[in-house]
Design a binder for this molecule. Structure first.
Ligand SMILES: [Zn+2]
Length: 124
């Protein structure tokens, strides 16, 4: 099944953003992409941060990846990298909850791992 179909209605934003998410997910192995498409909602937002992933008990098994409209002014590689970085947080089981502050160490470790994830798959 095509990634776009798997995501059903969990891709909320402009056409450009939807296409970028689908194209980023094609870099992932099928099983990883399947996991991600089951539990993640991609949502456009207007914040300055290019990408942001939220995970909360209140969301159950769902994860929200917010992608800024600003991101899409960046070169294609940067766009794909940012999306894969955010997807990496989900795939690696990272926590980023509003109500459970993390130590700086935890945050840095997760950022490092998500970058590693993005680099690994973007190479292919
Ligand atoms: Zn991150």
């Amino acid at each position: 099944m095509e990634i776009e179909q798997k995501l059903e209605n969990r891709l909320i934003g402009k056409r450009q953003m939807q296409e970028a998410v689908v194209s980023a997910l094609t870099f992932l192995p099928t099983d990883t992409a399947d996991e991600v498409t089951k539990s993640v909602w991609f949502v456009s937002n207007f914040d300055d941060a290019w990408g942001f992933t939220l995970d909360s008990k209140d969301l159950g098994q769902r994860h929200l990846v917010f992608l800024s409209d600003e991101l899409f002014f960046e070169p294609k590689q940067q766009v794909l990298y940012t999306i894969l970085h955010e997807v990496g947080h989900v795939a690696l089981g990272h926590r980023n909850a509003f109500f459970k502050p993390q130590t700086r160490q935890e945050t840095e470790k997760q950022e490092y791992e998500a970058d590693k994830f993005a680099r690994k798959y973007l190479k292919n």
